[in-house]
Design a binder for this molecule. Structure first.
Ligand SMILES: [Mn+2]
Length: 234
């Protein structure tokens, strides 16, 4: 566990908000394998169990009341595939047994929004705690201007790290500024999504400007490593 801000810890690819006893995970992209199969690539269905076991480990490590899914619960953009129908409900039912579950709408969730709402799931465009706004990060809502800290997903940040001749990609958290606010970007919780290399400078989210050299980098390996500023990475 590593502190990324006051009262906010990184645990694996999740964030723990201590005062709110809340775990935040994002970009699960459930149903990813079926979506690949439909495009002709076979992928064994292992991600669900991995996600399930990993969230269990996290929930056992700290005192949790609430779980927030920060967008892209499912993978397909313009439809709902068979695996999504199964995995999304299995996952939400499993979490709902012991915790309050809230879902922030991601750009991949639009097709399911109405259905989840009708079934009583708590689904929102963003969630605020005093000075913090949590949101997916594909659009900037007005409300973000009123807060001191913005926490987003959407970007799937990762970084390539060289070790001798070997280069390996790791998921990472990055922390910097958006306007006069602290911005934290979370990685995808899905093990199959390695993510987008932050050093390429190509970002999806309107919250991230091209130059992130002053951002701080937290790499998620078998533990979390504080790498300092992006510009010091060599
Ligand atoms: Mn995503």
């Amino acid at each position: 566990m590593t502190n990324i801000a006051k009262g906010i810890k990184i645990i694996d690819a999740s964030l723990y908000l201590r005062e709110e006893k809340t775990i935040v995970i994002g970009d699960l992209h459930l149903g990813l394998e079926d979506s690949y199969v439909n495009r002709g690539t076979f992928l064994p269905k292992q991600q669900y169990n991995w996600i399930h076991n990993n969230i269990l480990k996290i929930l056992e490590s700290v005192d949790v009341k609430r779980i927030i899914i920060n967008g892209d619960l499912k993978h397909e953009f313009s439809k709902i595939n068979k695996q999504e129908w199964t995995d999304v409900y299995k996952f939400l039912n499993f979490l709902s047994e012991g915790y309050d579950v809230e879902i922030i709408l991601g750009n991949h969730d639009v097709m399911m929004k109405k259905i989840l709402k009708e079934q009583g799931y708590n689904i929102k465009d963003y969630i605020c705690f005093s000075n913090i706004i949590l949101l997916h990060g594909d659009v900037i809502p007005e409300e973000a201007l009123n807060k001191d800290m913005v926490i987003i997903g959407h970007e799937h940040p990762s970084v390539c790290i060289k070790e001798g001749a070997k280069v390996e990609k790791y998921k990472c958290f990055i922390k910097g500024m958006w306007r006069d606010k602290v911005l934290i970007v979370m990685p995808s919780f899905n093990p199959l999504i390695e993510g987008n290399d932050i050093l390429t400078g190509n970002f999806l989210s309107p919250f991230i400007k091209k130059d992130i050299s002053d951002f701080k980098l937290f790499v998620v390996g078998n533990k979390v490593y504080n790498f300092g500023k992006v510009k010091n990475l060599s």
